[in-house]
Ligand binder design. Structure first.
Ligand code: RET
Length: 244
């Protein structure tokens, strides 16, 4: 942060800090923020083209990348200005987008005409909230870091159980394009999402990974876990609309 000007009223103005060509992590923040906007437009536009029962899924896919795009604008500014991890913005983004991703599992099952109960929906939703809130309390120092990690892992385990073994997993097998999408999406939740708890362990608990690595890896993970996640839904929606 550089304070370079003092106005007549005694108000400080901050110098604009622009992205530097050598700030590799800043560049990844920039790329992901623009990719999130582009994906948002794509999902909203494509949502008008698929059959009616898929439209809500496409709108929610667009909302997820929209919320991320707005947060990424702030995160990249924060990174460029402060050179620190934009922790609060990341968690605010997660607390909104991760539950919406769980809603997506439920919505594609509904679109496929599967009989899935509200209980499945609530288990997925509560699992995500426990995971994100637990992680934040630990990261913000309000509870011990290890306790935050354990609470977060319990939330994640509830989600994984529900989509691999629980009611949602059984409901998915009824429709071909939906079960392919469901399998790909739950692989993202298992493998793609594993990056965040790993970052928590190595970046926060053991401090063996520096904030540069942590942030570009998180940025890449968000790209996969939000944009690719939406593209999988889009693919299922287009295929199923064509066969209907
Ligand atoms: C678009 C953002 C996504 C998909 C964010 C996902 C975040 C997680 C899967 C975070 C998981 C965590 C644990 C499983 C335990 C430790 C604390 C967290 C919050 C890092």
């Amino acid at each position: 942060m550089r304070i370079s000007q003092l106005s007549k009223q005694g108000v400080f103005f901050m110098d604009h800090s622009f992205l530097s060509g050598s700030d590799f992590v800043g560049i990844t923040f920039w790329i992901v923020s623009i990719a999130m906007w582009a994906a948002t437009i794509f999902f909203f536009y494509e949502g008008m083209r698929v059959s009616g029962k898929w439209r809500t899924s496409m709108v929610v896919a667009g909302l997820i990348t929209f919320i991320a795009a707005v947060h990424y604008m702030y995160m990249r500014e924060y990174w460029v200005e402060m050179g620190e991890s934009p922790v609060v913005y990341r968690y605010i983004d997660w607390v909104l987008t991760v539950p919406l991703q769980m809603v997506e599992f439920y919505l594609i099952l509904i679109a496929a005409g599967a009989a899935v109960s509200g209980g499945s929906f609530w288990r997925l939703l509560v699992g995500t909230l426990v995971m994100v809130v637990g992680g934040y309390l630990g990261e913000a120092g309000m509870i011990p870091v290890l306790l935050g990690f354990i609470i977060g892992m319990i939330g994640w385990a509830v989600i994984i159980w529900e989509i691999f073994r629980g009611e949602a997993s059984q409901a998915a097998s009824s429709n071909q394009s939906v079960s392919a999408a469901f399998n790909a999406m739950r692989l993202i939740v298992l493998v793609g999402w594993a990056i965040y708890p790993l970052g928590y362990v190595f970046g926060l608990m053991m401090e063996t990974v520096d904030i540069n690595t942590l942030n570009w890896v998180y940025n890449l993970a968000d790209f996969v876990n939000k944009i690719l996640f939406g593209l999988i839904i889009w693919n299922a929606a287009v295929k199923d609309s064509a066969s209907a």
